[in-house]
Write a protein that binds this ligand. Structure first.
Ligand code: ZN
Length: 239
């Protein structure tokens, strides 16, 4: 059996529940940011997969461009060969032969580049497939996390609703004048309104030395003793 006045005991229980309520509210307040972080991660995963997909696609587009280029050079070679076949002038025949050689060299170079690009394209395609697979797994994990997060929110809300009911009941049991005082201090300090006397001399809230009157009032166990510095309600700790 403690030596505390029943009113103070009730107030301490109420305060403990209200502090719990503050913590729950804080957790709930952080919830939207947690969800936002998750959505951002999801966007990053998707962007990563998309980037790899585009890389593979670009390699393929480049390769096709080269193919068309090679094709036009081959067409020139064919045309020059026909012209060469048709001409009767030696000079023109030689000039066309030089052109044909030049064009064929061009084709060879393009084909070499095409081969390189094909290898790059294959690698990009494989990378994109791996990335897409990884993204699928990560998105699955993120979906699970989102589920958990939503469940957590519901739980927090349920606990908060229960707590608020309990607080209402507890508050209705506290003497009105004392409750008003408590509420006013709590609204002002936002952390704790009823504090113990520390070392028999100091306020447990602001830690300042109490006046003798305050200390004696607290020790008497009556509700209503206050710290003259911070205004918090005082109680004498039960050893
Ligand atoms: Zn104080």
């Amino acid at each position: 059996m403690s030596g505390l006045a029943p009113e103070l005991e009730k107030l301490l229980v109420l305060q403990e529940r209200e502090q719990r309520q503050m913590r729950l509210n804080k957790e709930l307040g952080a919830w939207p940011n947690e969800l936002k972080a998750l959505e951002q991660k999801r966007a990053e995963v998707r962007a990563g997969a998309e980037r790899k997909r585009l890389e593979a696609q670009n390699a393929e587009v480049e390769r096709k461009k080269l193919e068309l280029e090679a094709e036009s050079h081959r067409a020139k070679v064919a045309r020059y060969k026909v012209q060469q076949f048709e001409t009767r002038k030696n000079e023109e025949f030689t000039a066309l032969g030089t052109e044909i050689q030049r064009e064929e060299k061009e084709v060879q170079e393009i084909e070499d580049r095409e081969l390189d690009l094909m290898a790059l394209g294959e690698k990009a395609k494989k990378d994109a497939a791996v990335e897409a697979e990884g993204a699928k797994v990560k998105e699955g994990e993120l979906a699970l996390k989102e589920e958990e997060l939503k469940k957590k929110k519901t739980e927090l809300e349920t606990r908060l609703a229960d707590l608020m009911k309990e607080i209402e009941t507890l508050a209705s049991g506290v003497e009105e004048g004392l409750l008003t005082k408590y509420r006013r201090i709590m609204a002002n300090k936002k952390d704790v309104a009823v504090v113990s006397v520390e070392h028999g001399t100091n306020c447990g809230g602001c830690h300042m030395k109490l006046t003798q009157g305050s200390a004696i009032a607290a020790k008497s166990g009556k509700a209503g003793a206050t710290c003259e510095n911070c205004g918090r309600l005082l109680f004498w700790p039960v050893s």
